[in-house]
Ligand binder design. Structure first.
Ligand SMILES: Cc1cc2nc3c(=O)[nH]c(=O)nc-3n(C[C@H](O)[C@H](O)[C@H](O)COP(=O)(O)OP(=O)(O)OC[C@H]3O[C@@H](n4cnc5c(N)ncnc54)[C@H](O)[C@@H]3O)c2cc1C
Length: 388
């Protein structure tokens, strides 16, 4: 399987490669030092502002947003090639906007919501997050209990959300709530767009996570929403939410390939110069099998990601492929990284190499956007049905 990129697509990918190598890689040391000192990894405003300015100038902006909102409308295949390169460094950076919520807005936002939220979001002028998980409903979001009740011409929402990323930075939150408990995920869950600072939307606590990231617990207390804040149709929030999760899962596949490729490169470079017992590490079969298995599994994962991307671009349903990728890619990268760390000996255990941050991020990736075991359950269910 060979992916053909058009000339303009190749140009964007080349630009991204240069941007990552020349601008993001040099910031890794500062990011690793902050992590080693127990701080968050996020870039400081002083580090981020010139990068954003440069991206805007280079056109590395709104890459997968539609042309009518000023985007480049790049297809999934190109976006995933970009994602792979971007995640080869531990410097945390995204080309605005963070795309999955954009895809949910593109699918179901009203004209008014497109103008108010999607256009500024696509232009990187607004940030957003999504609140799905609850203390009693994460891997099985259909069990959510946050309730939206119709009172007069408003919706009144009460409940609790947890593990939500990016809340303090978000100008608006996509909040999932139950509007019909009888129907649940089949017509009873609705998405609402909540503006920052709306009374009744409370951040209860910040939760430090592995990998320097933070999530937030939210208390929703008599939050009042007009119909204009309903995203899509009442009761039909689950399907576009799943679509959004699918986009993110494909991105995660590309992210894993990017990290694993970096770890493999570092392992190859190191083991070809390090000698023990009078022999280069790379001459040992134990090490060669790590290299061979890593190269093989990275290749397999990249093909899985590209295959799903091409199908997605053709408008096919890739939910099963996305689940397979989520499982296979996260486990593949975990294994490759672990072997690379082992090959570096004590140096592999330090916070002076990108491995430590990568391994923590990969550990998280086996939980968010659905735990591995839930994806295996889904794949098995669909496969058994196919051969019933
Ligand atoms: C870093 C991070 C960022 C996140 N960001 C967000 C966000 O922005 N918005 C948001 O809404 N949520 C977010 N989440 C929440 C995430 O989606 C949930 O944590 C995840 O879906 C798992 O839900 P849970 O934690 O309730 O675990 P549970 O559903 O309680 O599952 C716990 C464990 O049980 C096992 N398990 C569960 N079901 C099965 C099964 N059917 N078969 C076998 N084993 C099973 C799995 O091992 C699983 O890990 C984030 C989580 C993390 C870690």
């Amino acid at each position: 399987m060979t992916i053909e990129f058009a000339e303009d697509e190749r140009m964007v990918i080349d630009l991204v490669e240069k941007f990552v190598d020349n601008e993001l890689m040099p910031l890794e040391k500062a990011v690793m030092e902050r992590e080693a000192a127990g701080g968050a990894h996020a870039l400081t405003p002083e580090e981020e502002a010139p990068l954003l300015a440069q991206c805007k100038e280079l056109g590395l902006w709104a890459l997968d947003a539609p042309e009518e909102v000023g985007g480049a409308n790049l297809r999934t295949t190109v976006m995933l090639a970009i994602q792979e390169k971007l995640k080869s460094t531990v410097t945390p950076f995204i080309f605005p906007p963070d795309s999955p919520n954009l895809h949910m807005l593109m699918a179901v936002a009203s004209d008014e919501q497109k103008a108010k939220y999607m256009e500024p979001y696509a232009q990187g002028e607004m940030k957003s997050c999504i609140a799905i998980s609850e203390p009693g409903a994460g891997g099985d979001p259909a069990q959510m209990k946050t309730r939206a009740v119709r009172v007069g011409d408003e919706w009144v929402i009460n409940g609790r959300k947890i593990w939500v990323s990016n809340v303090p930075k978000a100008d608006f939150v996509i909040l999932m709530a139950v509007t019909d408990p009888e129907k649940g995920a089949r017509g009873g869950i609705t998405a609402f767009i909540v503006d920052k600072g709306t009374p009744g939307f409370n951040i209860e606590r910040e939760i430090p996570m592995l990998g320097g990231s933070r999530t937030y617990e939210l208390v929703i207390d008599d939050l009042r929403m007009k119909d204009s804040q309903v995203l899509g149709e009442v009761g039909q929030g689950f399907a576009p939410m799943q679509k959004r999760l699918t986009v993110r899962r494909l991105e995660m596949g590309a992210m894993c390939v990017g990290m694993a490729e970096r770890a493999l490169k570092m392992m190859c470079e190191h083991t070809q110069q390090r000698e023990t017992f009078g022999t280069k590490l790379s001459d040992r079969q134990a090490i060669q099998w790590w290299v061979a298995d890593a190269a093989t599994k990275i290749h397999a994962t990249r093909l899985m990601v590209l295959d799903a991307a091409e199908k997605q671009d053709r408008g096919e349903d890739v939910r099963t492929e996305a689940s397979m990728i989520k499982v296979f890619a996260t486990e593949m990268a975990t294994e490759v990284l672990d072997n690379a760390m082992q090959s570096f000996g004590a140096m592999g255990m330090t916070r002076e190499l990108p491995f430590a941050i990568m391994s923590q991020r990969l550990r998280l990736a086996r939980i968010y956007e659905g735990p591995t075991e839930v994806h295996r359950m889904v794949i098995a269910r669909r496969t058994l049905k196919k051969f019933a």
